[in-house]
Write a protein that binds this ligand. Structure first.
Ligand SMILES: Cc1ncc(COP(=O)(O)O)c(C=O)c1O
Length: 454
């Protein structure tokens, strides 16, 4: 049982019209001063938060099934994390871990090396965000292999810096007018069996999407001896919470090994206990050569890391560093976070995720507008379609569900073109999951014409 379950304030309570007057005033000021590049969803202004709950300045209470985009792994302001941050902040806030030494960073590196998938010894590089972890992975892969090229995937999202953006292939708006991007990157179809780019059906396809890399791309498009790394999300995140079939990562990794290409796994969104395992790639028993982590690693403090095989992370002093990366306070938060994930929250993610997935798969029987329900643990995608027979995507319905749920005090996010993502803090309890199931059902009752019922 998580801390949240005993909390009588663990469900939403809406006391004003939404947004309330104080929230409205802040949003107006935000509009005046904050970059217009941000994509805001529901007009939630966070004032105070605990567990999976967020209170706004008008006294409304929301259930947060977005977790600051899959970041607040241990919930908002978990007392153990707050204590670790407070103690660390009163002792040492900054010392640049790239130039000097401090215990929280060393302890965290030792822990990450222990919990990383696979038996090989590991080394860690610290940075501040997911996209920086991806940049570092790309630099290390080039440095180690002395090769220039990368293979990435359609639907991928790896961040907003030039490297991360160039590897990404999820929305045109991410790239429009930012060219020239990094060259030498080829995007190939991801194993999205719901919407196979080759129009094939799993398992009859015999993993065509992997076989074609060697049979076609390596003969006509990409010289394999020039490829430094295949960069792949364990489960695609922004691209629509796409879970690949069982053989995908295994056959892709085998191919990478054959051509001495590094296997770089982006676990920025899928990692840190979210899927019921510490890293999602463990569902497929793979040891990445380099693993990129961020988001949930420090429960909300900015921290990114790459965990690489020790023999791969052999770059010489001066090749790569970061002033703030591995900041002592962020490392202290991460140490407390991992302790909580290991002791209870990974298990809770699996249990609560199973409840949600089962309930939404059940709901598919009633609503043909639910095209697919997929995920592991608390990384769950629900695809909305006009009708399951045609699988025509319905992003408007997805957006309407997000808007409608907000009226009931439930914060949701979309991902991909037509998918709703459930990525709550890993502290959510059964009562909160039941509220989410009831609320989304209620949204569909309001939004979907009866004719769409089976
Ligand atoms: C899989 C993945 N990689 C990288 C990133 C970039 O992370 P950040 O926004 O911390 O730079 C994200 C962000 O959503 C992500 O989901």
């Amino acid at each position: 049982m998580t801390r949240n379950a005993k909390d009588k304030n663990c469900l939403p309570k809406i006391v004003t019209s939404l947004p309330g007057p104080k929230a409205k005033a802040l949003i107006a000021k935000d509009k005046q001063y904050i970059s217009s590049s941000y994509t805001r969803g529901a007009p939630v202004v966070a004032h105070r938060a605990y567990g999976a709950m967020i209170e706004d300045p008008d006294g409304n209470r929301f259930l947060d099934f977005s977790a600051g985009i899959a970041v607040n792994s241990t919930g908002h302001c978990h007392p153990n994390v707050v204590q670790a941050i407070t103690e660390q902040a009163s002792n040492l806030i900054h010392m640049s871990g790239t130039d000097f030494y401090y215990e929280p960073q060393i302890r965290l590196a030792e822990t990450l090396a222990r919990i990383a998938p696979g038996k090989s010894p590991k080394k860690i590089f610290f940075c501040n965000s997911g996209t920086e972890a991806i940049e570092a992975s790309m630099k290390l892969a080039r440095y180690y292999t002395k090769r220039p090229r990368f293979i990435a995937f359609q639907g991928a999202f790896h961040g907003r810096t030039f490297g991360g953006m160039s590897l990404s292939c999820s929305k045109v708006v991410h790239k429009k007018y930012f060219a020239p991007l990094l060259g030498q990157i080829d995007h190939i179809p991801y194993a999205n069996c719901t919407r196979c780019m080759y129009n094939l059906t799993y398992p009859k396809c015999e993993m065509h999407c992997v076989r074609i890399i060697e049979e076609y791309y390596f003969k006509h498009v990409i010289p394999p001896e020039e490829v430094a790394a295949i960069v792949v999300e364990a489960i695609q995140g922004e691209g629509g919470y796409v879970v690949p079939p069982p053989e995908f990562h295994q056959s892709l990794k085998k191919l990478a090994e054959k051509y001495k290409i590094l296997y770089v796994v982006d676990e920025v969104q899928s990692g840190m206990g979210r899927t019921g395992k510490m890293f999602a790639i463990e569902h497929w028993g793979i040891e990445p050569d380099i693993l990129a982590s961020a988001k949930g690693i420090a429960s909300g403090l900015p921290l990114g890391a790459i965990i690489a095989r020790a023999d791969v992370m052999n770059w010489e002093p001066g090749t790569h560093a970061s002033t703030f990366g591995g900041n002592p306070v962020a490392c202290a938060a991460a140490n407390a976070t991992i302790q909580l994930l290991e002791s209870e929250l990974m298990d809770n993610a699996k249990k609560m995720g199973d409840i949600l997935i089962k309930a939404f798969r059940q709901l598919m029987k009633k609503y043909t507008v639910i095209g697919d329900v997929r995920g592991h643990g608390l990384m769950i995608g629900i695809e909305f379609v006009k009708d399951r027979r045609t699988m025509e995507q319905d992003p408007k319905l997805r957006d309407a569900v997000v808007d409608e749920a907000y009226k009931y005090g439930l914060i949701l996010l979309g991902c991909g073109y037509n998918t709703l993502r459930l990525c709550p803090p890993l502290v959510v309890n059964r009562e909160q999951c039941e509220f989410v199931i009831e609320t989304i059902t209620r949204c569909l009752e309001t939004l979907v014409l009866p004719v769409k019922h089976q």
